[in-house]
Design a protein around this ligand. Structure first.
Ligand code: LMR
Length: 413
């Protein structure tokens, strides 16, 4: 008998498992609206033209892009590009040398590095998650902080099912938290709900963070992808970094560069000590230590792509157009789905399909309705909030999806 015979079956990941089920589904009408990955108007994966062009630059010069081990924190031009995409080229935090950066493995790796950093260097400070969040946040927290550590939650949406932010309760939770707590915040395009704070609300949150000296831990997985503008989507991060709040950032390039499988990202710590370059180096050094002990060095190919685009004005211009292509197709699909639901007389209020932002929408469909959508119509959604990835909608399947939703809300509670 195997020494490992006691190992039980693991529960499949609630999001990723949908891809397996979808692949097995024989229905000719099947539609994948589960895992968040961009699809073009034909429902196919899309390699950004700017990414293709950058790969041509890279493969034409394999003496420069030579697949050697990278420097521990990542290539300097990669880190520069990451900071510029995140904060803008002329941000004061960059000028004041307050930004410590270390390459990482997409969003998850960057969250891991950031949480391990806080666990080891800011222990005893209470960690807060939004009351609705990406389920993997819980697992990453447990890995970094250990099973015995407990995070608390701050209010995000109304608890009665309204698809709106309960801002008064959120502020109350932030104000009632012990000083110097850590709050995980979605910088833009909240996953899973698609419901974001307004700029005015961010200003109010900033005031609380300054007064309470809270640390803001930003998950930045959708910058540029949500509105088509890095500046708009970077509003909160840029504001907090400018206004003297200590921030940790998990930056992913999966969605905005379409570099899902490359696993490229960056963890940043923006401290508040102006011109203390030694502290910046110390923070970077600590992140390098975590990376070294976990996966040693981060992979280079995705980093080459990000830095090639980030440092070439023409490629960067093309990239910003590509990002807009994706975000405007999503906005168009929001409108088409909404219009179709209205045209066929679907009961209920569906305005949130228009007002949500980014890749996802909480449809409000119940777990039973999500199951029915899958079994009866071969339309795959995430159970949590009936989350729909808007990227899976196309002009060809939107009417089918709307009809499935109508039938489902009429017949399943
Ligand atoms: C999602 O939420 O669907 C994506 O971020 C993919 C993932 O890793 O869960």
């Amino acid at each position: 008998m195997s020494a490992f015979a006691h190992v039980p079956a693991s529960k499949p990941d609630a999001i990723l498992h949908l891809n397996t089920l979808f692949a097995q589904d024989q229905s000719p009408n099947k539609v994948s609206l589960g895992v968040g990955a961009y699809r073009d108007e034909n429902g196919k994966p899309w390699i950004l033209p700017s990414v293709k062009a950058a790969e041509a630059v890279i493969s034409a010069d394999l003496t420069k892009y030579n697949k050697e081990y990278p420097p521990q924190p990542g290539y300097p031009l990669f880190l520069k590009s990451c900071q510029e995409f995140l904060l803008g080229e002329d941000h004061t935090a960059i000028a004041e040398k307050r930004v410590a950066s270390c390459q990482s493995l997409s969003g998850t790796g960057s969250l891991h590095v950031g949480m391990c950093f806080l666990m080891n260097n800011y222990a005893g400070h209470q960690f807060y998650m939004p009351s609705v969040t990406w389920p993997n946040h819980y697992g990453i927290f447990e890995k970094a902080y250990g099973k015995q550590s407990k995070y608390l939650e701050y209010t995000y949406l109304f608890k009665d099912g309204q698809l709106k932010i309960d801002f008064e309760s959120m502020k109350k939770d932030m104000n009632n938290a012990p000083n110097e707590s850590i709050f995980l915040l979605h910088a833009c395009a909240h996953n899973p709900s698609g419901i974001d704070l307004s700029k005015d609300q961010w200003m109010e949150v900033l005031a609380i963070f300054k007064a309470k000296k809270h640390v803001a831990f930003f998950d930045v997985a959708y910058q540029g992808f949500a509105t088509g503008s890095f500046e708009e989507d970077g509003f909160a991060t840029r504001l907090f970094a400018r206004e003297g709040v200590e921030i940790v950032v998990a930056q992913s390039f999966a969605k905005n560069f379409g570099l899902y499988g490359e696993r490229v990202g960056c963890c940043h710590i923006v401290h508040t000590d102006q011109n203390n370059a030694q502290l910046t180096l110390n923070l970077q050094g600590y992140m390098c230590l975590i990376v070294r002990q976990t996966w040693s060095m981060s992979p280079v190919h995705g980093a080459y792509i990000v830095q090639t685009i980030g440092q070439d004005p023409e490629l960067k211009k093309q990239f910003l157009v590509d990002v807009q292509t994706m975000s405007s197709r999503i906005k168009k699909m929001r409108q088409m789905l909404y219009d179709e639901l209205m045209r066929i007389g679907t009961k209920g209020d569906w305005t949130h399909i228009l007002t949500c932002i980014g890749m996802f929408t909480f449809t409000g469909l119940t777990p039973a309705q999500v199951e029915h959508m899958k079994v009866k119509h071969a339309v795959y959604l995430v159970t949590q909030g009936g989350r729909m990835s808007m990227c899976g909608l196309t002009e060809k399947n939107v009417a089918y999806v709307a009809a499935a939703m109508k039938e489902t809300v009429e017949n399943v509670k």
